[in-house]
Design a protein around this ligand. Sequence first.
Ligand SMILES: CSC[C@H]1O[C@H](OP(=O)(O)O)[C@H](O)[C@@H]1O
Length: 364
Amino acid sequence: MATTNSLPSTLMNFEPQEFSPIRWNNGALELLDQRLLPHQIHWISYQDAPSVAHAITDMVVRGAPAIGITAAYGVALSAMAHRGTLSSEDLTPIMADITLLSNSRPTAINLMWALDRMKLCLLKAVAKHTAIDAIVTALIEEAISIHQQDIHFCHSIGDHGADLLSPNSTVYTHCNAGALATGGHGTALGVIRSAFTQDKISQVFAGETRPWLQGARLTSWELQQAGIPVRLVTEGAAGHTLKHNSVDWLIVGADRIAADGSVANKVGTYNLAILARHHNCKVMVAAPSSTFDLTIHQGDDIPIEQRADQEVTHYQDIPIAPEGVSALNPSFDVTPADLIDAIVTERGVIERPNREKIAAHFDS
Ligand SMILES: CSC[C@H]1O[C@H](OP(=O)(O)O)[C@H](O)[C@@H]1O
């Protein structure tokens, strides 16, 4: 790795004051390996963009905002690694790494949003500077800014979402849209964390979320660590849980929100939204503005990641289905806007979202 001694030392480290699954430490990206949670806390250090792209694909880090932040640091690592060969006239090595990072997972639009921000930063830096170290410095600053801004936005989302909850609310959440899926604090779990500090949470039900078990492994761990009462629910028990418990809100995150208000989120969210409507449980989607893709006209046009059959037929390489059985493994599904009571962003709340209200939310 290229030496960092000529880069500003103040930019070689960034670790948020609150828990984050991402650290920038001595000019290297450190990721908490979420595949090993909740039983192992293990950080992996990355110094190059290709290995960061693999970390995203392999779910070392996951969650739409966290993926975007990670990719942004990947671009900074690319610039640092290529410092010796880069010239402001030839950015090919960095652009190649940006393409690699953009192909790491297809659904979470925050990945492409963050990479677009880094590309714009690069082009502005090249126009302004010829010294490579100045360009590298600008990219590191931008990656840290994206990380810091996400945490700030998650707290704003938390506050706006908590305002919608009544005291002693019972909430159901799916997958993990917590600090582990963001720069810190979380989106759906950010709402729950903020509401809990206001004594508005009496119970959280967490869906286990096959096949990666983000709910069982990550959300229940995060909420337990925060002292928030959480009970784990199998996918199949969701209907029974909503029928026999007075659940006030289903609160989830998002990976991409289309212009018509359709929401792509972890597979199973669509099922839950239908069940919630049947059981008079309101549905809240919590996501930063960077999760909206207004170029996508309708939800069915959102690209849905199809992951390997083996993730369904095996658990940690132990076969749970007969050998040779194939599987369908969509990582996300799409919930139509008419099943959603509120989309909460850092800007505020879009109640009963539709195309016009979403456009107005971003015009304000
Ligand atoms: C705060 S967005 C988190 C979002 O990402 C998760 O998917 P994955 O764990 O596959 O990255 C899930 O859809 C969450 O809602």
